[in-house]
Design a protein. Structure first.
Length: 278
């Protein structure tokens, strides 16, 4: 049995012991604040929800042929869920609902983040990604940004004839989960989007991310939802929030400052954030 097949069997075991349909809705979260003209035009926060026993390593320069990329590595498939490059881009991918787990008949979605970060410009990256065949991957949401542009990419796989849609993000704050941007169908979004909108934005220049760190560690969920719709997911059946990231991209006139990349190697609120080595 292949590694993917064994992991798929483990996934089915997890789902069999999970509360009804929680896994169809639960997935990672990305919050992105776009502020054109600001010293820090892109702020991004992300929690990664995944099988506890899926092997991975924290962000570093893991790829000898892609030395400009800093990202966590999924040791099972070789891709990543979120990363940055030395040219000032950030890219991240999220599984859409009902697409959890690997499929050895398809390509890994984690390679799309690496392909995006092969580019020096977000617009060029999304143009290249939009030409790919979405049928080769399970459905996904993706964010790609630099200090000038930011995009949400959506692929519904075979149900949309393999099209990968590209949507430019306007100025302001949005939240992305396993659903569409700011979707009210997501109980997590209904609970936490208003809180992020009301919170004071982080200040990367002084390393003050307190407001977002507290929200990322949240374990509250809507009364009509289960614990899988909290911001930090904790379960008894081998699935939950494994790590958290905070990223800031500087404006062009501040590029000498460099990208801010902070990472919590564990559940936010329990594991401290640290600066990812440059």
């Amino acid at each position: 049995m292949s590694t993917f097949a064994m992991h798929g069997a483990r996934m089915h075991s997890v789902l069999a012991h999970a509360p009804t349909a929680w896994y169809r809705k639960t997935m990672c979260t990305v919050v992105i604040l776009r502020r054109p003209g600001h010293d820090w035009p892109i702020l991004l926060a992300a929690n990664r929800d995944e099988l506890v026993d899926r092997p991975w390593q924290p962000p570093a320069r893991h790829w000898p042929d892609r030395k400009n990329i800093r990202a966590g590595i999924d040791e099972l498939a070789g891709g990543t869920w979120l990363g940055v490059n030395d040219e000032g881009m950030v890219a991240g991918i999220l599984n859409r609902r009902e697409s959890l787990g690997p499929d050895d008949r398809l390509r890994t979605r984690g390679e799309l983040v690496l392909e995006a970060l092969d580019h020096a410009d977000a617009a060029d990256a999304v143009a290249a990604l939009a030409d790919l065949d979405g049928n080769s991957y399970r459905s996904f949401n993706m964010v790609v940004a630099d200090n000038r542009d930011a995009y949400w990419l959506r692929s519904l796989g075979a149900t949309a004839d393999g099209r990968i849609e590209v949507h430019e993000l306007s100025a302001g704050l949005v939240m992305l989960t396993a659903h569409d941007i700011d979707a009210s169908a997501s109980a997590r979004t209904r609970t936490y989007l208003p809180r992020f909108l009301a919170a004071p934005p982080p200040e990367p220049s002084t390393d003050d991310w307190t407001s977002w760190e507290k929200l990322l560690a949240g374990r509250e969920h809507a009364p009509d939802a289960n614990a899988g719709e909290a911001m930090t997911v904790v379960t008894d059946y081998g699935f939950g929030t494994l790590s958290s990231s905070l990223i800031a991209l500087p404006a062009m006139h501040r590029e000498c400052v460099g990208t801010v990349y902070r990472f919590a190697d564990g559940r936010p609120g329990e594991a401290p954030y640290y600066a990812v080595a440059k």
